[in-house]
Design a protein around this ligand. Structure first.
Ligand code: ATP
Ligand code: MG
Length: 418
């Protein structure tokens, strides 16, 4: 038997129902927030991710699926969504007019990670990117949007952790202070952090191994290394979040795992136990330098990404997700009734009514059982004699009440009894 690759999964049964609920909520929310759907390739040139996410990040050093195609092109399966959107923004010259561009994507990402609760090698991220505005109201919207979406999906325990990474020079000042503080403790840090100390010291704050150690708990706060402009900007973001009634907490240790972030960064965390150590459901931040770094004109941007499997896992504790019930099940016996069944099903389905019928030659008795198994609300009982008079019997599967109606009235009947 061939089995699925490690770290991948099939979305079936309850998970499939939950994913549908989540995807509908995403499309619905994004429409009202006025974000355009964008789809970029699942693989891109290797350089794109290595340059944007950062050569010294965990994602790039340990987790990317890099491969060569048959013509020796260096490619990478996308580990995240922002780089592709920014590449597309530049390549399609969207920077000229009509800014900001507001996009959302929803697709699979690939990271060679140790699979576990809420962590897979193939997973799905929904994310939003707003390109071309540096107004703090964008920061507030990018944070409040996933917060409200998660609330809509039933979450009541959400907390936003927010931090300010400031400009490049603010971060340089901070990096120096951080290195100065960490230098005497180097021997107590993990192997990765020893390397990060030289290559990318900010990443040390994001370390899964050292994260909880006393050394890291007492690091200098990045908030004390901000310029006046950056501090003012951050205050404005928090002010807008207060107006929007978003429950946040400033956490000066949040740096996120990607190199392109500056100014505001945030995580939306749920306390649900099923999530274990993977409690961050959505996360994001500003990336004002990335467009320029990839060869476009200077364009301030902000975005977030939300892991759908993690979200789905946490939803397990919120509700009971059964397959949706069927509006109607059509029962028939002979060929004449069968032809009517397929025609009627087509008409009803076309009118937005969910319908099914037997396709395996079941007896009438078994068809009734099938209707129950599929939780059909109404039964449509076809019978040749009635059909010749243009009549159809409808039975309410709950009250068992039967009504005979004119076959031309069936759609109206179904809609008004829906
Ligand atoms: P973590 O700290 O949990 O590893 P991250 O910093 O790698 O997260 P991002 O790259 O910002 O996370 O991705 C945003 C969201 O995507 C995460 O909050 C999570 O919901 C989801 N996510 C990231 N990696 C995985 C994975 N391997 N499997 C499932 N979901 C993931
Ligand atoms: Mg990670």
């Amino acid at each position: 038997m061939i089995t699925k690759p490690k770290g991948t999964y099939d979305i079936i049964d309850k998970e499939a129902t939950k994913m549908k609920i989540i995807n509908r909520a995403i499309d619905y929310f994004c429409e009202f927030y006025h974000y355009e759907y964008i789809r970029t390739p699942i693989f891109e040139s290797r350089d794109l991710f290595h340059r944007t996410v950062g050569e010294e990040t965990d994602i790039v050093t340990k987790e990317t699926y890099d491969f060569k195609d048959r013509s020796d092109r260096e490619l990478t399966l996308r580990p995240e969504g922002t780089a592709g959107v920014v590449r597309s923004f530049i390549e399609n010259k969207m920077y000229g007019t009509n800014l900001p561009k507001k996009f959302y994507y929803n697709g699979t990402m690939y990271r060679y990670e140790r699979p576990g609760n809420g962590r897979n090698r193939e997973f799905t991220q929904f994310g939003v990117e707003i390109l071309g505005s540096n107004d703090p109201m964008i920061d507030a919207e990018i944070i409040s949007m996933p917060y409200r979406l998660l609330e809509e999906l039933g979450f009541k325990d959400l907390n936003v952790k927010i931090n300010n990474l400031g400009s490049k020079s603010d971060r340089e000042n901070y990096k120096n202070a951080l290195k100065e503080y960490l230098a005497p403790h180097l021997n107590d840090l993990c192997c990765d952090c020893k390397k990060r100390f030289e290559t990318n010291p900010l990443r040390i704050l994001d370390c899964k191994v050292d994260g909880e150690s006393e050394i890291l708990k007492n690091v200098p706060s990045i908030l004390n290394y901000q310029s006046e402009e950056s501090e003012k900007r951050f205050k404005k973001v928090l002010e807008y979040l207060n107006y929007l009634d978003v429950d946040y907490e400033v956490d000066d240790k949040i740096v996120r795992g990607l190199d392109y972030y500056d100014y505001t960064v945030f995580e939306i965390v749920s306390s649900k136990e099923v999530l274990g150590g993977a409690s961050t459901i959505a996360a994001g931040g500003r990336y004002n330098d990335l467009v320029e770094k990839l060869g476009g004109p200077s364009t301030p941007c902000m975005g977030f990404a939300c892991g759908l499997e993690r979200l789905s896992l946490a939803m397990e504790e919120i509700g009971n997700y059964e397959k949706p019930a069927l509006d109607a099940y059509i029962l028939y016996v002979n060929e004449e009734e069968k032809i009517k069944a397929i025609l009627l099903a087509q008409d009803l389905r076309g009118s937005g009514i969910s319908v099914d019928y037997d396709t395996t030659g079941r007896s009438l008795k078994s068809q009734f059982k099938e209707a129950d198994r599929n939780k059909a609300r109404l039964l449509i009982l076809l019978n040749s004699e009635d059909l010749q008079k243009g009549l159809i019997t409808i039975k309410d599967n709950l009250t068992k009440e039967e009504t005979k109606i004119d076959e031309n009235e069936i759609i109206d009947y179904m809609i008004s009894n829906g």
